[in-house]
Design a protein around this ligand. Structure first.
Ligand code: GDP
Ligand code: MG
Length: 437
């Protein structure tokens, strides 16, 4: 997927202390290829890399202190810019405000109508009404009623009435009469752009003059998403885009292309079938997601501020000589804690965000560990193997933990020491160097 490919492309730079012009060009070529593979329009991808290159030259990347990081940052910033830069919210300030959904069949209009109603309802100041204007399938009306029941929002429908314009108008009147301040109009889509659908949505649009006309698009449809967006925008001049089905392994390419082609902001994303699975669209977060790298730059920057170079070198030597003890471990924990919230930190590590998503990391998790180490004598800290069962009992008592907890820490420490020794030749060393630099 795009993330992996960009990751690979940028890896060339991340690992390098020195960057050559060839290196930059090569990386940008890879970035361009990755974007195209992810359904980003060829022209957009090409312009994108050209702009990054220009900025890289302008900022004299090659001569900068941390060229790799600067390049990664340039790519990320440009990607963010390409997707609109700023967060653009939804305008529901009217009374009532009318929100019209448009898009192909199956794009997720009905689901998103429910999600948006739920989202607004939770804001307390909004009382939404859902209006069912998909008159072609009786099941479509039922579907919206099911959604409405689920979230506790009223649904206006008129089974048997085949005129969506009339239903929409009646829906707005119903909202006014019943104190609903947001009307969300769910409409019918078709499998592909056709004249009948376009005429119908244009007529509804004309009749109710919505405050927000939203175009809902399935992010899995790739380049087609862009063409559809263009067709709808030509007719409706919509206000914003909703990108659905961005859960799972979906490529983010559509987000990039659509914004560039229709120049309308992406306002929300759908990340699942459940009513709660809606998110405001943040261009910079999407860029992070596309790059799949977390906020590498700030992680490295923060790490560099906190890790003393000399300390890191000493530590490395100790590990190499098998002298890494609990005192060193304690120091490490304190260093890590200084860097801030554990969850934030782990999220910033490339790839770790995905891996650690379901793991609950407690900032207090270190408390027990620190207490146990503090209860050890200096001899015990540097030579853990002398800790026998009577010592364990004493340590447990002193730290307010159990012998089991002490045992567990000893075991973990032993495994960790072995692992660190093993990693000496490979990634571990690189990581230490990165931290120490
Ligand atoms: P409509 O024809 O435009 O009204 O589309 P629906 O709202 O009926 O959605 C079509 C299908 O896509 C349904 O099975 C939804 O559950 C599913 N769906 C909608 N939004 C999302 C989403 O964000 N993620 C996932 N995974 N499925 C979605
Ligand atoms: Mg529908």
């Amino acid at each position: 997927n795009l993330s992996d490919k960009l990751d690979k492309a940028l890896h060339i730079l991340k690992g390098h202390g020195q960057i050559t012009e060839v290196n930059v060009a090569e990386t940008l070529k890879e970035v361009r290829r990755a974007l195209i593979d992810a359904d980003v329009n060829y022209k957009i991808a090409k312009e994108f890399t050209a702009r990054v290159k220009e900025k890289a030259l302008g900022q004299n990347v090659l001569k900068s202190l941390k060229p790799g990081q600067l390049m990664v940052k340039l790519v990320k910033d440009e990607l963010t810019e390409l997707m609109g830069g700023e967060v653009v919210g939804i305008n529901v300030s009217g009374n009532p405000s009318v929100v019209l959904m448009s898009g192909l069949q199956g794009s997720g209009k009905t689901t998103f109508s429910g999600k948006l109603a739920n989202f607004l309802k939770n804001k307390k100041t909004k009382k939404p009404l859902l209006v069912a204007c998909d008159v072609y399938r009786p099941a479509a009306i039922d579907q919206l009623h099911i959604v409405g029941d689920q979230i506790g929002v009223e649904v206006f429908s008129d089974k048997g009435n085949t005129d969506p314009v009339a239903i929409a108008t009646a829906g707005v009147a119903h909202a006014k009469a019943n104190g609903c301040n947001v009307v969300i109009i769910d409409t019918a889509g078709r499998l592909a752009v056709d004249e009948v659908m376009m005429n119908e949505i244009a007529n509804i649009h004309k009749a109710i003059t919505p405050q927000e006309t939203l175009f809902v698009v399935d992010s899995m449809t790739g380049q087609d998403a862009v063409n559809t967006a263009k067709a709808f925008n030509d007719i409706l001049n919509f206000d914003g885009v909703i990108l659905t089905k961005l859960d799972g392994d979906t490529r983010g390419g559509a987000a990039i292309s659509i914004k560039s082609v229709v120049n309308k902001p992406i306002k929300f994303i759908g990340t699942g079938e459940k009513m709660e699975e809606i998110d405001v669209f943040y261009p910079s977060r999407m860029a992070d997601r596309i790059l799949g790298m977390g906020d590498v730059v700030s992680l490295v920057e923060r790490a560099q501020e906190q890790f003393d170079e000399e300390e890191a070198r000493k530590l490395q030597k100790k590990i190499a000589k098998n002298q890494f003890g609990f005192d060193d471990f304690l120091k490490q924990i304190q260093q890590v804690k200084k860097m801030g919230n554990m969850k934030d930190l782990i999220r910033m590590i490339p790839g770790a965000g995905k891996m650690m998503k379901d793991v609950d990391i407690d900032d207090d998790a270190f408390k027990h560990i620190e207490a146990i180490i503090h209860s050890m004598t200096l001899a015990e800290r540097s030579k853990p193997q002398i800790i026998n069962s009577s010592r364990k009992k004493r340590i447990g008592k002193g730290s307010g933990t159990s012998v089991q907890q002490v045992n567990q820490l000893l075991k973990q420490f032993d495994q960790m020491s072995k692992m660190m020794k093993m990693m000496q030749g490979g990634g571990g060393k690189r990581m230490m160097q990165m931290m120490g630099k």
